[in-house]
Each structure stands twice: as structure tokens, then as C-alpha cells.
Design a binder for this molecule. Structure first.
Ligand SMILES: [Zn+2]
Length: 251
């Protein structure tokens, strides 16, 4: 049984990346995608990818929290994007609003355009911004290359986004005791357009929710998804790995 962790910030974790990757390999995790959250973070992720070829791939992007810095960050991110497997993580976060909304929207739409220019998938963070993300993605044409990472929208939003043809990626919240909304959402997600992730170092699945998360835990996310779909775990591993392999062009 093999897994792909479609989203983990190994460079933000306290653990030694080489050790995390070894533990991940023991748990059947073949490779991971490490998204940047700004140019410096993307450089760190790219360095990790260089040190662990075939096991770590990186994505280049500016997170919505830091969207105000887009004018200074844009050139370096565009340069780092050339060898990245995706653009991300990008998106909108109207929960914390650490950058003004208008600036978040500008950075998001510019980076979607960058992804389209380069023909790369885009890893999208969406928190309390469902309407805006939906409308921006719809205007950009939607499609499977749009990955909604750590998806926590309810069933209604899942259906609306599903109709845009996007790909969903589920993380730790699907395993949480209070994760019923996410599980009901996962029931609406298409089995050929869904991936699993850890969002390391955040959102650790039980029983040690306070521990730092690591890619090995992606199997727990996959097991929870298998429970929702009523499928054997190995089938979910195969389905989600196939989707990641196709999207990130690892074939
Ligand atoms: Zn993330």
C-alpha cells in the first residue's frame, strides 16, 4: 500500500526532515509535496527537494497571510516556480485577515495566472472565503488542476466546487472527533479527484493531537477517508496516489 502526502511543510517542522521521511517511507508514503508560503520558504522547500530527489517535490507560492508582500515577492516566486511541481500555497484567508482582502485577491489571481502560464497545478488555501474563492476559480475556468488543500467546506460547498471540476485534498480534520462536517464533505468528493495530506507540522490526527504532525500520518487521513467512502483502505491509497501522480506529473 503506498501513499502520497500532497501537502506538508517539512521545512517548518522541528523534526529532522530526513528522519521524518524515513518514518514516512516505513508507513508507505512514497513521496511528498512541500509547498512554500513565501519566497524564502519556497527556497527552503526547493532545497529539501534537491536533497531528497524522488521523495520531496516542492511548490512555489505566497500564502494569503503574506499577500501584502506580493509586489516584492513576485519575481523570486515566479523564478522558483519554473522547477516546482505546482504553484502554492495560494488562496484567501478571511478568517485571520492577516493581509487586507483586496491584496489577498490580487496576489491570488496573479498566482493563478502564473500557474496557467506555466501549465502547473495550483494548491489553494480557502478559509472563510468560500464565495470569493469559488467565483475566482470559476472565472479562471476551474478544472482538476485546482487543488483545494486541507478542505474543510461543508457538503454544500463541496458540491458547488465539485461542479467546477476541482480536486480536493483532505487533512487531519477528517480524523478529528469534531470532524463530522468534513466527513460529510468527503462523502461528496469524487474518488478520482481527491488526495490526502498532513499539512505538517499542523493538524496532527489523534491520539497525539498536540504532537508535531509528520508525513507518516497521512495513512491515518486515508483510513478516515476509506471509512467515509466505505472502501478498503488499500483502494483509497491507490486512488489518491493515482490522482497525485497524475496531477503532479510524476509519471
Ligand atoms: Zn499548508
Amino acid at each position: 500500500m503506498t501513499w502520497v502526502d500532497s501537502h506538508c511543510h517539512l521545512h517548518l517542522a522541528g523534526a529532522d526532515p530526513a528522519e521524518s521521511l524515513d518514518r514516512a517511507a516505513e508507513a508507505g508514503v512514497e513521496w511528498v509535496v512541500c509547498p512554500g508560503t513565501d519566497a524564502d520558504g519556497t527556497e527552503s522547500a526547493a532545497r529539501l527537494a534537491g536533497q531528497h530527489p524522488g521523495r520531496v517535490f516542492y511548490a512555489a507560492g505566497l500564502h494569503p497571510h503574506d499577500a501584502s508582500r506580493w509586489p516584492e515577492e513576485r519575481d523570486r516566486i515566479a523564478e522558483l516556480a519554473v522547477d516546482a511541481v505546482a504553484i502554492g500555497e495560494i488562496g484567501l484567508d478571511f478568517y485571520r485577515n492577516l493581509s487586507p482582502r483586496e491584496e489577498q485577491i490580487a496576489a491570488f489571481t496573479d498566482q493563478l495566472a502564473l500557474a496557467a502560464d506555466l501549465g502547473k497545478p495550483m494548491i489553494v488555501h480557502c478559509r472563510d472565503a468560500f464565495t470569493d474563492v469559488h467565483d475566482i476559480i470559476e472565472a479562471a475556468g476551474g478544472g482538476p488542476e485546482v487543488i483545494l488543500h486541507c478542505w474543510t467546506g461543508g457538503p454544500k460547498w463541496t458540491r458547488r466546487f465539485r461542479d467546477l471540476g476541482v480536486t480536493f485534498s483532505f487533512a487531519g480534520p477528517i480524523t478529528f472527533e469534531g470532524g463530522d462536517t468534513v466527513r460529510r464533505a468527503a462523502a461528496e468528493a469524487p474518488s478520482d479527484r481527491t488526495m490526502v495530506e498532513t499539512d505538517t507540522p499542523f493538524l496532527t490526527p489523534p491520539p497525539n493531537r498536540r504532537a508535531e504532525n509528520q508525513p507518516a500520518n497521512v495513512a491515518k487521513v486515508g483510513e478516515a477517508l476509506a471509512g467515509v467512502w466505505g472502501l478498503p483502505v488499500d483502494e483509497v491509497a491507490a486512488l489518491t496516489t493515482a490522482t497525485a501522480t497524475r496531477l503532479f506529473r510524476r509519471v
